[in-house]
Structure formats: C-alpha cells, structure tokens
Design a protein around this ligand. Structure first.
Ligand code: UDP
Ligand code: MG
Length: 333
C-alpha cells in the first residue's frame, strides 16, 4: 500500500525550529484527508536535530520516517536520498525552517490532482536578505539564457513531483545536481503556482556565499554546455584578432622600424589575453572536474541509519480504511 503523498524535508542543524515545524506540518497534512508519510533526511547535523527527529518519529511512527545521512552531503543530495526512499504517489519537498508554509501543500496536491506531474512554485513576496534576492534575479536570468530549463523561481524548494518524475530522477547517478532542474527535464506537464514565503522560524541560513556560488555552478554546468561553447567561440575570435595585430606590428616594424611607444599597449593586450585564457581554463576546469567526479562513480551519499516502523505500511492502510466512510460523505445514510 503506497501513501498518496510523501513530504520530503532535508534537515541540517535545525534543532531550534523543528518543533514549530511539526506543530504546523502534521495538522496541515492531517487536514488533507489523504494517506501520507513525512520523510525527514538528516543531512549530517552536528546539533540535536537527530534526537528531535527521533522524538517525533516515536510520537507519530505511523506516518514518520527518518533517514540519517552519515555526513553532510548538501541539501540537494539529501533530497535525492529521500527520493530513493520515498513511496508516495506525489512527492512534495519542503524546507525545514518554515520559510515554505506547510499549509501550501494542499494547493500543490490540488494542482497534481488536476493533472500536473511537476508543480513549480513562485514566491510572491520573498523574505530573504537583499543581496540574496538580487543574486537570484541575476542567476535566474543567466539560466534562462543558457539552459532549456523554464523555472521562474529556481530557489523555491517547495515543489511537487509525480511518482513518474521521481522514478526518472532516481535513475540518475550524476554526482552534483540541482533537484528542481533535474526533475524538470523529466516533467511532461509542468505548471507553476504562487506560494507564500516567510522569514526563517529559527536559526540561520545554511548557505554561505561560497555554497550558493557552488550550487549555481552545479545548475549551470549540470544543464548546459553554453559556457564552454561561449569560451571556444570567443577564444577563436580573440585569437584571430590578436593574430591580425601581430601581423600589423610585424609589417610596421619592417617598414618603420621598432616601435617603443606602443609597448604598453602590447602589454595591456597581452594581459587581457592572459586573463581571458585563465577564465576560459576555469570554465573548462568546471566540466573536467565534473567528468572526474562522474568517472569515479562514488556513492553520492551514505546512509548511516534509517528510522522507520515496519508496521507503518500496515498503519497507513488501516488509516485509509478507517477513512473509507469519509469518501462517501454526503451520501444518504
Ligand atoms: N539543508 C540541508 N543541507 C545543507 C544545507 C541546507 O539539508 O547542507 C537544508 C536546511 O536544513 C533547510 C533547507 O535545506 O531545511 C534550506 O536551507 P536554508 O534554509 O539554510 O537555505 P535558504 O533558505 O537560506 O536558501
Ligand atoms: Mg531557508
């Protein structure tokens, strides 16, 4: 018996905010009137998150599962770990910090009932610091221009995926990826809805500027070879132009003698070319690095423990059975 909905929540050092999350999440899910499971993935937290999750598992073992990763693998790898364990017909991802209101899950489920196999979301008024919003706007534009991924708000992780999309994602073994973009490539009927966004309930963001840049490199190089193509094209044009410059200087030297005044211009040009070469090398390095990681074929994460009740499946079935009369509500007694 598979549950209707799996809610996947990556957790990394969120001990302060988890109780608030439970207090809003479970009532919201109970109100759906569907069978569900909540699948927490602890992404190598070093605080008491695992203990708090264990407490919740003991309270609601019928609908709660906890996967504990051995070490921090990153939000997107943690979500992939959960996808591999998920059983629901619809899989919905959510952040643990309550920035995505759990009450919005109902609207995602409704959109999927209406036939969508990928429900993207757009945050209507985003509650994040200024520089994060500006950087997101820029990255959204760069991605639109270089990849075929059409997502309005790539950063919002409150999303819904149909089982067919999840199965396809589970077949991917690539090492670094961006879950909403990867899933999008398998979606046949993607739609987007607007959702609310809130301030972090507790704790602080787990993304430093460095981690955000890494994440966006994953997105760019994982789904597009445009940067690589840009540098080979630009490299060709620049090499040709500098060749013309060399020929011109050579002829000038033969006809007018050696030039001295122009020597700094030449330096400037040379430095410019060195800069371009280095930048180009950097981009090539991004791809080569990925190829290297891929050919190593290391596991993308390692699971240290799984907290789940073997009776839970039976429990879900029983809960569904007990709800049976609700489905014929309104029929004459
Ligand atoms: N997260 C994770 N592993 C990480 C970083 C973050 O599982 O390495 C989780 C985190 O616990 C939260 C979600 O991913 O549930 C989003 O992280 P955060 O709120 O810090 O990101 P932001 O909202 O600042 O983009
Ligand atoms: Mg957050």
């Amino acid at each position: 018996m598979t549950p209707d909905v799996t809610v996947v929540i990556p957790v990394y050092n969120e001990e302060e905010g988890l109780q608030q999350l439970f207090d809003r999440l479970y009532p919201a899910l109970d109100a759906l009137g569907r069978s569900y499971e909540v699948l927490f993935v602890d992404d190598g937290s070093s605080d008491r998150s695992v203990a708090v999750l264990r407490g919740q598992f003991e309270k609601r073992p019928d609908v709660t599962r906890v996967v504990v990763l051995a070490r921090n693998a990153g939000q997107h790898m943690a979500i992939l770990a959960a996808f591999a364990q998920s059983r629901g017909r619809y899989v919905i991802t959510l952040d643990a910090d309550l920035q995505n209101p759990p009450e919005e899950i109902a609207r995602i489920v409704a959109a999927m009932d209406a036939g969508a196999d990928y429900v993207g979301t757009v945050r209507v008024s985003r509650h994040d610091v200024m520089w994060r919003k500006a950087a997101s706007r820029l990255m959204n534009r760069v991605r639109e221009g270089t990849t075929s991924i059409r997502i309005t708000d790539q950063g919002c992780m409150l999303r819904g995926y149909d089982r067919s999309v999840i199965d396809a994602v589970n077949h991917c073994t690539e090492v670094s990826t961006y879950v909403p973009a990867l899933a999008y490539t398998f979606a046949r009927r993607p739609i987007e809805i607007e959702v609310a966004h809130a301030d972090r309930a507790a704790g602080h963001s787990k993304y430093s500027l460095y981690r955000l840049i890494r994440l966006n490199f994953d997105l760019m190089t994982g789904f597009s070879v445009a940067p690589l193509q840009f540098f080979s094209m630009a490299g060709g044009v620049i090499a040709l132009t500098s060749l013309l410059l060399v020929v011109y200087l050579l002829i000038r030297r033969l006809l007018l003698g050696p030039e001295v005044e122009g020597v700094f211009t030449l330096f400037a040009v040379a430095f410019f070319l060195i800069g371009v070469t280095l930048l180009g090398l950097g981009v090539v390095g991004e791809y080569v690095g990925r190829i290297y990681e891929q050919v190593r074929q290391r596991p993308r994460y390692t699971i240290a423990a799984v907290l789940e009740d073997p009776e839970a499946e039976a429990g879900i079935a029983a809960r569904l059975a007990s709800r049976q009369p609700a489905h014929v509500a309104g029929a004459p007694e």
